[in-house]
Design a protein around this ligand. Structure first.
Ligand SMILES: NC(=O)c1ccc[n+]([C@@H]2O[C@H](COP(=O)([O-])OP(=O)(O)OC[C@H]3O[C@@H](n4cnc5c(N)ncnc54)[C@H](O)[C@@H]3O)[C@@H](O)[C@H]2O)c1
Length: 369
């Protein structure tokens, strides 16, 4: 089988997850790497036997590279995507797509114009546990979802505590934890439950009080167009292994998910389609392992899907338009937090068409309840 040859732009944490997930892969061959910090380039290149490049232009010009993986700070995603598209390279770009909706639009336009594939690396869309939940919801095993709760907690305090580090900086990251982790949750909840119409959000700066850093903890309440209500809680200051949880409460049952469980999804259904499992908790078998393996599992499925899309000329199941929508949800939350009021999609559209969505992330470092 032909392998997709990928050049890696950015050799930090995410690049190591991708490289580890793709070793070995029949569909992917990572060939070269570039990072502004050459030590980081060398480290990734040495571990995974890649060519260490001193500049990214060599990777974009190379005939031995079919696609690039952009694993860089958020403010670089759109410019690098545009340059890569113009160089005729397919693009797998880490989440969030970009900090503003305008940048997302330019990325979509550039990929379309160049006729290359663009997929945002949203690993939560490729986690088998999440695919299972989507199937259970589609089968109506919990009836109509009424209430959803989502959580992601990690410890980002070492990087966030460095004033010049890009993480948590509105300018370089597009915000704090809601942009970094919240975007994962919005990408899957929009997919599972449909669009959100309004939101109310609280941002807090509890451990990271640096003047140039934004939210380290955030809560967002949402109403979906379906009528389902929900809350998302995300934290960058959790001193245990990274974890994610989801809870869905429906008219006929419940789904609980916790990534630290060996069997991460528990279902309770009262509908007759549940058969002999009706009225009891059960946990279907699904490919999963607690941290760090669920990262590796989801990255592998994600990256191999991207490779398949390029090699077989298919459209990614997670489209750039959906990735943009997840960014729009983050911005909806930030708009609410800045105004102290519930924000609707109409409010967001109004800001986008008058001041532009960068105006929402500007000054976020000053917002905390
Ligand atoms: N899907 C996930 O679970 C997951 C996990 C971690 C990170 N991410 C995403 O991956 C991306 C990178 O995050 P990370 O945690 O790897 O960050 P990181 O800080 O660990 O790595 C970023 C790398 O970019 C390099 N860099 C910074 N500015 C540069 C420039 N101008 N040109 C070239 N290189 C530059 C840095 O030297 C660093 O090596 C982000 O979009 C982040 O949200 C996703």
């Amino acid at each position: 089988m032909k392998q997709l040859r990928i050049g890696v732009l950015g050799c930090g944490t995410a690049a190591h997850f991708h490289a580890s997930a793709c070793r070995p892969s029949q569909k992917i061959k990572l060939v070269s790497a570039y990072d502004a910090n050459y030590e980081n380039t060398k480290k990734l290149a040495d571990i995974y036997h890649l060519t260490a490049s001193r500049n990214y232009q060599d990777i974009l010009k190379s005939n031995d590279v079919d696609a690039v993986l952009i694993a860089l700070p958020h403010f670089l995603h759109s410019d690098l995507t545009i340059e890569a598209a113009e160089a005729g390279k397919h693009i797998l770009c880490e989440k969030p797509m970009a900090p503003t909706l305008e940048e997302c639009d330019t990325m979509i336009k550039a990929a379309k114009k160049a006729g290359v594939k663009l997929m945002i690396a949203e690993n939560h869309r490729f986690l088998p546990a999440h695919k299972l939940i989507k199937k259970v919801l589609n089968e109506g095993l919990i009836g109509i979802p009424l209430l959803v709760r989502g959580y992601e907690g990690v410890d980002e305090t070492p990087d966030l505590s460095i004033p010049e580090h890009w993480k948590g900086s509105p300018e370089k990251a597009g915000g704090g934890v809601l942009m970094d982790a919240g975007v994962h949750k919005f990408a899957i909840l929009n997919w599972m439950l449909g669009d959100v119409s309004l939101a109310y959000c609280w941002l807090a700066k509890q451990m990271i009080k640096l003047e140039n850093k934004a939210d380290d903890n955030a809560m967002m309440f949402m109403k979906f167009e379906s009528g389902c209500i929900g809350e998302i809680v995300v934290s960058d200051t959790v001193f245990s292994t990274p974890n994610n949880r989801l809870e869905f409460y429906g008219t006929e049952g419940t789904i609980l998910e916790d990534h630290s469980w060996k069997k991460p999804v528990q279902i309770f259904s009262t509908v007759k389609e549940a058969g002999e499992k009706r009225y009891q908790w059960y946990s279907p078998d699904v490919e999963h392992e607690p941290f760090p393996m669920y990262y590796i599992i989801s990255f592998r499925h994600e990256d191999e899907h991207f490779a398949e899309c390029v090699l077989e000329d298919k459209q990614p199941v997670f489209t750039p338009e959906e990735a943009k929508k997840a960014v729009a949800m983050v911005l909806l939350g930030y708009l609410s937090a800045k105004t102290g009021k519930t924000a609707t999609l109409e409010d967001l559209e109004k800001v986008a068409s008058t001041k532009g969505t960068r105006s929402i992330i500007e000054g976020l470092e000053k917002i905390s309840i």
